[in-house]
Design a protein around this ligand. Structure first.
Ligand SMILES: Cc1cc2nc3c(=O)[nH]c(=O)nc-3n(C[C@H](O)[C@H](O)[C@H](O)COP(=O)(O)OP(=O)(O)OC[C@H]3O[C@@H](n4cnc5c(N)ncnc54)[C@H](O)[C@@H]3O)c2cc1C
Length: 492
């Protein structure tokens, strides 16, 4: 028997063992079954996994990890596959490890405002489960109806309300994690701090490369007694951007502060009938929450700032139904844009708020230069941009143009002192731009951290951190302390 045949016989034996341990229905090897997992929400990239394993208990999961570790087979963890950067994209010859069956809420501790949940529980299911106790889980990605809390940890996800309440990292107290060699670690717990290096923080945003999250302890917050959304229309994107900075500078801390441009407003309104003004270039949605007197005072302050920045059609939600309708439009904006273009490529850069107007102008110029429409719908208060490049994957060369345009937008974010990701992670999508963001020393440090957790590089290989070789080939290695000169920006 040749080497190739021996390897394939050994793999068949492993697949058979996993099938016996998990049950054949939870160990998917046929092409049709595997094709369900061939991409995440970044559908431009696809790859069939070698095998899909769906363990249902921590012991079963550890068995899968140990089998793979012994045979040197890579593993790609997957929650709901709503990631937008290809983090859960299968790797050739790897096992796709689905956490879908880890879907139980294990404990709700109302007195201590804590919930302990399995990683496959959806974000929204946590808030739904604790709502009868007057509580909720604050981070709310727009995908919250589908995305899992394990995926949220792995991406350090954000959402509309993270401006006031923080990212996933700020709302998780403890994790149970299975390491690359199948050991079970407990990080953090039920208190605010724990001794030693902050491995709990390190695990957030680690994109399935340092360990597999098998349990999450989240903080719960009391639902605010009053919530109101103020809507404002602008004739110029720059005026809306200036109003964002002015609201924050006024001292008000909105629960959410979102911006949508004309293309995004029109698509969302046509899809959801949210009640948006459609005769404008940009719109802000600003949510205030708290006790009634505070909300009234903050609403008045925000309305005054908006009017001072040439906003028109300023109004605030009169009741809960109207508030929810206004958010429904925002939260459905991505699928709404999916109705007007065959494909979209969603970028996720973050910039200092004061550059919002200028960067949005530059994005519009890049859109003209590359000949592809770009819609903007984003967490303006956080400076977290989501330009959606609209394209048609079947039109020759359009995907490549969309990728180049997206790459330029991310580099623009770095040029103004921002980052190449705000909440969607790096995955496979932003590997080249990581070379622009980080120096070789910083990337080496990331590789050293990875090696400390996963010396053989079996967990989600090839994601999130580029090799120095790749950066050298890309030819854009960031020189420490030297962002590209601002003259670069003037080209747009
Ligand atoms: C329409 C739409 C709107 C979105 N809006 C937002 C938004 O507002 N804010 C935001 O932050 N994101 C948003 N996203 C992106 C996405 O929903 C989040 O990144 C989410 O956290 C992914 O969760 P998931 O369960 O789908 O994870 P997946 O896509 O399955 O996986 C994401 C990454 O996490 C890893 N992973 C998954 N589960 C585990 C685990 N248990 N242990 C270790 N690693 C794991 C995977 O390997 C991968 O690297 C949006 C996506 C869509 C499609």
């Amino acid at each position: 028997m040749g080497g190739q045949e021996m390897r394939s016989a050994a793999r068949s034996e492993i697949a058979a063992r996993l099938g016996r341990r998990l049950g054949p229905e939870h160990c998917v090897s046929d092409a049709e079954g595997r094709s369900v997992y061939e991409s995440d929400a970044l559908t431009a990239y696809r790859q069939l996994p070698w095998l899909v394993a769906l363990p249902g208990t921590i012991d079963e999961l550890r068995y899968v990890v140990a089998e793979c570790a012994a045979a040197g087979i890579p593993l790609v963890p997957r929650g709901a596959g709503t990631g937008l950067s290809g983090g859960a994209l299968p790797v050739q010859d790897a096992v796709l490890l689905s956490l879908a069956r880890f879907n139980r809420i294990l404990e709700i501790d109302v007195d201590n405002r804590i919930a302990r949940v399995e990683p496959g529980v959806t974000n929204l299911a946590i808030s739904d489960a604790v709502a009868p106790a007057g509580l909720y889980y604050a981070p709310d990605p727009s995908s919250q109806v589908a995305c899992t809390i394990g995926g949220n940890v792995a991406e350090n996800s954000g959402g509309v309300h993270c401006l006031k309440y923080g990212l996933t990292l700020h709302n998780v107290l403890g994790l149970k994690v299975v390491t690359a060699d199948g050991e079970l670690l407990e990080l953090g717990g039920r208190t605010l701090d724990s001794p030693g290096y902050d491995l709990l923080a390190l695990m957030h945003g680690s994109e399935g490369m340092l360990g597999i999250v098998v349990e999450v302890t989240v903080k719960l917050l009391p639902s605010p007694p009053q919530r109101r959304v103020v809507v404002a229309a602008f004739d110029e994107v720059g005026a809306a951007a200036a109003a964002v900075s002015a609201i924050i500078a006024s001292g008000v801390v909105p629960a959410g502060l979102e911006m949508m441009d004309r293309l995004a407003i029109e698509a969302a309104e046509a899809y959801t009938k949210a009640g948006y003004p459609t005769d404008c270039e940009a719109m802000l949605l600003c949510e205030l929450d708290g006790i009634e007197a505070d909300v009234a005072e903050q609403t008045a302050a925000v309305v005054a700032v908006l009017r001072a920045h040439a906003a028109r059609a300023v109004r605030s939600s009169r009741d809960e139904a109207e508030r929810l309708a206004l958010w429904r439009g925002r939260k459905a904006a991505f699928p709404a844009l999916g109705r007007i273009a065959p494909d979209y490529y969603c970028m996720d850069g973050t910039i200092p708020r004061r550059h919002l107007g200028r960067v949005l102008e530059s994005i519009a110029a890049l859109s003209r230069q590359f000949g592809l429409p770009v819609a903007n719908v984003f967490h303006a208060g956080d400076g977290n941009l989501h330009p959606l490049v609209l394209y048609d994957a079947n039109a020759p060369g359009e995907l490549e143009r969309a990728e180049q345009l997206g790459g330029r937008i991310l580099e623009l974010c770095v040029e103004v002192g921002g980052t190449v990701t705000g909440e969607h992670g790096v995955g496979v999508e932003k590997l080249d731009q990581m070379c622009v963001q980080f120096s070789s020393q910083e990337l080496e440090m990331f590789h050293a951290v990875k090696a400390a957790f996963d010396p053989r590089g079996l967990l989600n290989p090839g994601k999130a951190v580029p090799t120095l070789h790749r950066c050298a080939e890309f030819g854009r290695m960031h020189v420490h302390g030297g962002h590209l000169p601002h003259a670069e920006l003037e080209r747009y």
